[in-house]
Design a protein around this ligand. Structure first.
Ligand code: HEM
Length: 121
């Protein structure tokens, strides 16, 4: 597959993950137990995580990056953290606001890894 497919899939996955988590967190912030929003948010964020992972590893092999490059290890850890945080989103609605900003921070950190740390290294 051409590399642009992986690049589009990676960014599409990121958009889906953040849309999905945004919806789930907004649901908690609104004190709502709307199941349609929960389903849409869970499905979109879950698919997004899978797309990010598949496309990320596709790009590593297509672009010839080292699997153990520090900027990539940090991104894999960010991916794990973003995947794990669904437990807190679902079980701790009282934490919705700090989670909102922390999740945004993790996304920004991933961008810093690509556009700053990788470029410097
Ligand atoms: C297992 C996890 C991940 C892996 C293996 C991975 C891998 C990669 C690779 C190899 C690139 C291409 C760099 C290049 O063009 O040379 C990339 C780009 C990028 N990644 Fe990830 N990534 C992962 C997770 C994430 C996450 C969680 C985010 C954000 C939340 C993210 C955001 C980005 C962005 C913004 C780009 C730049 C896209 C572009 O300029 O084409 N990545 N990633």
């Amino acid at each position: 597959m051409p590399v642009y497919i992986y690049q589009i899939l990676h960014v599409a996955g990121i958009i889906m993950l953040f849309m999905g988590y945004g919806a789930l967190l907004a649901r908690s912030l609104a004190n709502s137990d709307n199941t349609a929003v929960r389903k849409l948010g869970s499905m979109t964020s879950g698919l997004g995580l899978v797309f990010i992972l598949i496309a990320g590893f596709g790009m590593i092999s297509k672009l010839g990056h080292s699997f153990t490059a520090p900027w990539l290890i940090v991104k894999m850890l960010i991916w794990l953290a973003l995947g794990g945080v669904i437990v807190l989103i679902n079980r701790k609605p009282a934490l919705a606001k700090p989670l909102w900003w922390s999740i945004l921070g993790l996304g920004i950190l991933a961008a810093v890894m690509v556009y700053y740390v990788r470029v410097q290294g």
